[in-house]
Design a protein around this ligand. Structure first.
Ligand SMILES: [Zn+2]
Length: 546
């Protein structure tokens, strides 16, 4: 089934948005321009049969495959850290699912990454009282060889000259190297329930404490240097805590040690350990004691890394591409539900819907499920580097990488002609989806963030389908709480349907999205330049550890 050509006939929104795009910075809610009538349920702005079929396929819970996909990827496979067996499983799974829908698939092998798995951690406080501690392994941390017991001490506030002497006594001890938080309550609660000024005072104290803590570590060369020194001195382990400023959330990244375990302890339990271990002048007290058992291991040689590519070949313009983009890899402390399980399964679902209802697209439609995003957009950049024909023929790339709430913002990234096309595409999509989306025309380019940069940096039209950001950033992004239950399925169905409809409209569009860009003059300082590309072939040794 293909679109009736009339779908691109004389839409006033196009002219209006195009003029806005040319006249400078304008943020418009395009749905308002496209269809001024009040939205009612399932308002179709056109009779286009493909749009109707995609709506019916994507928005109805009975037809949607998102829950099934989410369960398999997020619950059964779980975390997909680059190089880990979980990542490899997710590659095989995604390839198999796409192929099962009749979509051509391939695996783009672009490099290797260190192969590690971290299965279990158990951390207990033994003295002065007994309690299980809430802890996570940092990625690529060595494990323990069975349970290890030791005293817990705080990295001291001493001079650089005294550090060597202090290190001589650290063997067999667990060392706390993060700043303790005064409060592990979310800001929202302080603002709602605190006395006037209470939160501001807390924040000012915290700022001061952070400055002092950073200085304490900088005296010895900074956190990574301190970690390596503790590793070399034979400490029992390094204990960090990276609170994500919400209830029960920590951000869990990677270790800087080769020989001893590095772990993250929750804000609350870290504070407990710190208060017990803190040296108070004139007070004699026993150091707290803990026990740690970490089952984690490196698995021999580095593992090959892949992007999973799915293709629905174009019939009229096979050398022009509409590319749907999301990263398959994740961090490891939870199950990578919103970063980026949701992006992955919504792009897969959009491909399923397109294959079912638009099997012979005008342009080629490609889905790229990338590896190594979390290590610096490695997979997507490697794909772009290895596929100049896709970059040359790119109509549009659309990336999603921030969770689950409905898409509410799309920035044109400085592509001055893109807004007119998005306005055109939006004009065929029901208001129930577009009413909530702000289209930022012409926007400014981003300089990082996610895989759309692999296209933007090559001056090919790439965009981020952005969901509401703040709560994602606080609670699920790279945290121990990024789990299946956080997914909002109505919104995910909305996002998959939006993506499929945009892909369809971009494929059918009579015109190419132009590549003219503008870089805004800087208010102060040097003139802004267009973003440059990441080094796609960065290795583990170069990139991650040091
Ligand atoms: Zn991500």
């Amino acid at each position: 089934m293909t679109a009736s050509p009339s779908i691109f006939g004389g839409l006033s929104a196009l002219a209006l948005a195009a003029s806005l795009g040319l006249t400078g910075l304008a943020t418009v809610t395009v749905a308002t321009l496209a269809t001024p009538e009040a939205a009612s349920a399932q308002t179709f702005p056109t009779d286009d049969p493909v749009i109707r079929a995609l709506w019916n396929e994507g928005m109805n819970e009975e037809n949607s495959k998102l829950r099934e996909l989410g369960h398999a990827l997020i619950d059964s496979i779980g975390p997909r850290l680059s190089g880990s067996p979980g990542f490899q499983q997710s590659v095989e799974w995604a390839d198999g699912i796409l192929a099962g829908w009749g979509i051509e698939t391939s695996r783009h092998e672009y490099g290797t990454w260190v192969s590690w798995e971290g299965d279990f951690i158990h951390a207990d406080l033994l003295a002065p009282r007994r309690r299980t501690l809430e802890a996570h392994i940092l990625a690529w941390s060595p494990g323990t060889d069975g349970p290890v017991e030791g005293d817990v001490v705080v990295i001291p506030e001493i001079s650089a000259g005294e550090f060597g002497g202090w290190l001589e006594g650290v063997a067999g001890k667990f060392v706390l190297i993060s700043m303790p938080e005064e409060s592990c309550r979310a800001e929202h609660e302080w603002r709602t329930w605190g006395r006037d000024g209470a939160f501001d005072a807390l924040r000012a104290e915290r700022q001061q404490a952070m400055t002092e803590w950073n200085q304490r570590l900088l005296t010895f060369g900074g956190q990574a240097t301190v970690s390596r020194a503790l590793d070399a001195a034979g400490a029992a382990g390094i204990i960090t805590s990276r609170w994500s400023e919400g209830w029960g959330v920590n951000k869990i990244f990677s270790a800087a040690t080769d020989g001893i375990p590095s772990i993250d302890v929750s804000c609350e339990d870290y504070g407990l350990l710190y208060r017990l271990a803190e040296e108070v002048p004139g007070v004699e007290r026993e150091a707290p004691r803990m026990r740690l058992n970490v089952e984690a291991r490196f698995l021999g040689d580095e593992a090959p890394m892949f992007n999973v590519i799915g293709t629905i070949p174009g019939t009229e313009l096979p050398d022009e591409y509409v590319l749907l983009s999301a990263h398959l890899d994740s961090w490891h402390a939870a199950s990578g539900a919103t970063d980026n399980g949701t992006g992955t399964i919504l792009m897969m679902e959009a491909m399923r819907m397109l294959k079912a209802h638009y099997p012979n697209p005008r342009r080629t439609i490609v889905v790229g499920l990338w590896g190594g995003e979390e290590q610096g957009l490695i997979g997507s950049n490697a794909y772009a580097e290895d596929h100049p024909e896709v970059i040359d023929g790119l109509q549009v790339a659309m990336n999603q990488d921030n969770g689950t709430w409905r898409v509410d913002y799309i920035r044109m990234m400085g592509f001055t002609g893109a807004g007119a096309h998005f306005a055109r595409w939006f004009s065929a999509i029901p208001n129930e989806i577009t009413d909530f989306i702000e289209l930022d025309i012409p926007g400014v380019p981003e300089f990082g963030g996610s895989d759309h940069m692999a296209f933007i940096c090559r001056q090919a039209p790439g965009f981020r389908l952005q969901s509401s950001y703040p709560e994602y950033r606080q609670y699920t992004w790279h945290t121990n709480r990024d789990t299946y239950d956080k997914i909002v399925w109505d919104d995910l169905r909305n996002n998959a349907t939006l993506t499929a409809m945009l892909a369809y409209m971009a494929s059918e569009d009579p015109d190419r999205v132009p590549r003219d860009v503008r870089v805004l003059p800087a208010q102060t300082g040097p003139q802004s330049t267009w973003p440059s590309c990441n080094n796609a072939r960065r290795s583990w040794e170069e990139g991650q550890r040091r």
